[in-house]
Structure formats: structure tokens, C-alpha cells
Design a protein around this ligand. Structure first.
Ligand code: ADP
Ligand code: MG
Length: 145
């Protein structure tokens, strides 16, 4: 568990976290609107060396980034998805499970609760909670079957 007191601090945490992430991994982000999920992902994307800008995928559902340079752990692309506006069937049709099975891919998903049991058990679960206008509590848990 960690606390940040600015958007910049949350992004800095994302950049550090990026170094530990491996390909064929799913990272889910839970937390209310404005909790800082997209902000944290922007830090992760910067840490992975993805080309900016890093817009929110709320309306497009998924932004795909081909990394200019493979990360040390072997990540070649990132799928940043947001299920807030849709449901399980839409994501299944979009190819969510194929993204998760990409041997060189990292999937980062906001609003996993919208997808129910489509979301694999193997994942890193990050939860963000607003404590005040500028303070956020961030917890991280790796789940494996
Ligand atoms: P979400 O994707 O969870 O809906 P966003 O990342 O889009 O949230 O928005 C978070 C908002 O909270 C931004 O406007 C950001 O500037 C603000 N904010 C304030 N303090 C923090 C913090 N410590 N960490 C992340 N965002 C923060
Ligand atoms: Mg968001």
C-alpha cells in the first residue's frame, strides 16, 4: 500500500512499476471515477517507453501502443482498455482474451468489474482510492491460480 499526494506522484509510481511488469500479463485498475486509474496508466506507459500522448480509452475502449523498443522484460505492445461504457460481450468481440494471450503484450484494464468472469484469474490487481482532492491510496496485489 502506498499513498500519493499529487497526480505527478501517482505517475512517478507508474513509471517505477513499469520496470517490474512482464509480457502476457493483465493489470486491472479498480477505483471510482477520478480515482486516478488513467493517471497511473500514463505513468506506466511513459515508463515502458510508449509514444505519447496517452489519451483515456473511455470512448474508444482500447488504445494499442507498439513500443519503439522492447522492454527489458520483453514487452512489445500495450493494450490500454477501459470497460466503463460497455460490457462483457463487447469486450469479448473486441478480442480481449486475445490481447491477454499475446506473448509480447501487456494488458492494462480500467473497470474490470464491468467484464465479470471474462477477466482471467491470473492478474495484478491495483486499487485506487481517493482520500481527499489530492491524496490517493494505491494497493497492489498479484493473483495467481
Ligand atoms: P480515473 O481514470 O480513475 O477516472 P483519472 O486519472 O482520469 O481518473 O483522473 C484523476 C483526477 O484526479 C485527475 O484530474 C488528477 O489530476 C486528479 N488527482 C489529484 N490528485 C491525484 C493523485 N494523487 N493521483 C492521481 N490523480 C490525482
Ligand atoms: Mg480512466
Amino acid at each position: 500500500m502506498l499513498m500519493t499526494s499529487s497526480k505527478q506522484a501517482t505517475q512517478a509510481f507508474g513509471r517505477t512499476l513499469a520496470e517490474t511488469l512482464c509480457p502476457e500479463t493483465l493489470v486491472t485498475l479498480e477505483g471510482d471515477l477520478g480515482a486516478g486509474k488513467t493517471t497511473l496508466v500514463q505513468g506506466i506507459l511513459a515508463g515502458l517507453g510508449a509514444r505519447a500522448p496517452y489519451p483515456s480509452p473511455t470512448f474508444v475502449l482500447m488504445n494499442q501502443y507498439e513500443l519503439p523498443v522492447l522492454t527489458k522484460t520483453g514487452i512489445a505492445r500495450v493494450y490500454h482498455a477501459d470497460a466503463y461504457r460497455v460490457g462483457r460481450d463487447d469486450f469479448e468481440k473486441l478480442g480481449f482474451l486475445e490481447w491477454c494471450a499475446d506473448p509480447a503484450g501487456l494488458v492494462i484494464l480500467e473497470w474490470p468489474e464491468r467484464l465479470g468472469n471474462l477477466v482471467p484469474q491470473n492478474k495484478t490487481v491495483i486499487t485506487l482510492r481517493s482520500l481527499s482532492e489530492t491524496e490517493r491510496e494505491i494497493t497492489l496485489e498479484t493473483k495467481e491460480i
